[in-house]
Design a binder for this molecule. Sequence first.
Ligand code: URA
Length: 215
Amino acid sequence: MVQKPSAAVTTLTSNAETALREVAKEAAHCRRCPLYKLGTQTVFGAGPADASVMIVGEQPGDVEDRQGLPFVGPAGRMLDHALESAGLRRDCLYVTNAVKHFKHVVTGKRRLHQKPNAYEIDRCKWWLDQELDIIDPELAVAMGATAARSLIGKPIKIGTARGNVLHLPSGRPVLVTIHPSALLRLRDSESRAVEFARFVADLRRVGEIVPSVRT
Ligand code: URA
């Protein structure tokens, strides 16, 4: 028999959706740090408001900045490929970034990514914390140093922490892994294949911890 969600569950979910939409609307006018002057728009998170897993990246890239959605450019394609290989459904995940504006420098016709600094990450945590509060995922995934710094509140070494689950003071588990852009920077195909397999192995842990997001 197909179980229908109870009225209480339905209401909770739609409350979360409404709350998320409201926060996204506020974030669209964010002036909490100077990065709003650089980006085309605020790129807020995307995915179901009742997601059990939240994936956190660094900041939108060039394509994301234009389209207004997280992980839809080259790093997004790498992430999609890794999620598929790890047997995870992207449509079940809430995908967001630690920093919601594209920090870059313009050189000729190109807009070159620049790493957000600690101040920018900490100012933008205001939005990530609200996403976490509303969605209340069973597991957060920190992809790379910026996401880890934002979620954990202090810098950590990704090389040492990757593949491990840390616990926030709230008790929320955070799985640490690399950022998919790190794979795009690897020129040699053998290293790329090895590192891709390690990334997929980290992501497989997501499905072990939260089986409902498996394909
Ligand atoms: N890199 C990120 O960290 N996030 C995106 O949305 C795209 C690229």
